[in-house]
Each structure stands twice: as C-alpha cells, then as structure tokens.
Design a protein. Structure first.
Length: 128
C-alpha cells in the first residue's frame, strides 16, 4: 500500500490512483468469494446491476486530464476527478515551457473567462 504524503495540502494524483486500484482488487477478490449461493437471487441480480453501473461511473473521466487553475476550488475538484477515474495537474505545478504536460491536458478548469484568441481549440474549457 502506498502512503499519502503529509507535506502537501493536495492529494497526489498517482498515489491515490494506485490506492484505488489496490483497494478495488481487494474488494473484487472478496466479492468473488462471498455469497456464491445467492448469485441467482433477485436481490443479488439488482446489486450486481447497480455495481456494474457504478463501475461505469468510476471510469467517466478515465481518458481525461484536467488542468486546475489557481482560483478554482481544488479540494472539491480533485475529489470529483479522482472519484471518476480522471487525473489532474495544478496550474502552480506547471513550468512555463512544459509542453509535454500541456499536451496531455484535455480539460482546463478556470474560474475566469478566457479570451477567444488565447483558447486552445484542442482543449475543453470548464468553469466550475
């Protein structure tokens, strides 16, 4: 299990994703072992259906990488993004010439409107 850093006030995206995978594998293994006799009951079928829907929701942002601006509510957004399988970068963590990191970004969260001339057409702009 990967410990979370105490020195930063924000969650480390990679560590949280590793923890999610680890816990998910433990949960899946325990779920396979439990209640084998009741798999065909209507209650279990409803639970399995809801579980499958929840799995789809957890992968909603799977292919999305967000850039969170300084003035956005970072704590809330990082929780939502990580809960739905996405990843993020903080604007303060970017270097001025970090084109590799910017090429991975699919969505930019800014609290202020961005002038049309400065918008990157390959990115989605989100105002929280």
């Amino acid at each position: 299990m990967v410990p979370l850093s105490v020195s930063s006030p924000y969650l480390d995206c990679e560590k949280v994703q590793q923890l999610q995978k680890h816990v998910g594998s433990l949960f899946a293994a325990a779920q396979e072992d439990a209640l084998v006799d009741f798999q065909e009951s209507p209650e279990m079928m409803r639970l399995n259906k809801r579980g499958n829907e929840a799995k789809k929701q957890r992968k909603l942002f799977e292919n999305c990488h967000f850039l969170l601006g300084r003035e956005t509510p970072i704590y809330i957004l990082q929780h939502l993004i990580l809960s739905f399988g996405g990843s993020y970068t903080l604007q303060d963590d970017l270097q001025d010439d970090d084109t590799k990191q910017m090429s991975q970004v699919t969505h930019i969260c800014m609290d202020r409107p961005v002038p049309q001339a400065q918008m990157d057409k390959s990115k989605e702009y989100v105002v929280p």
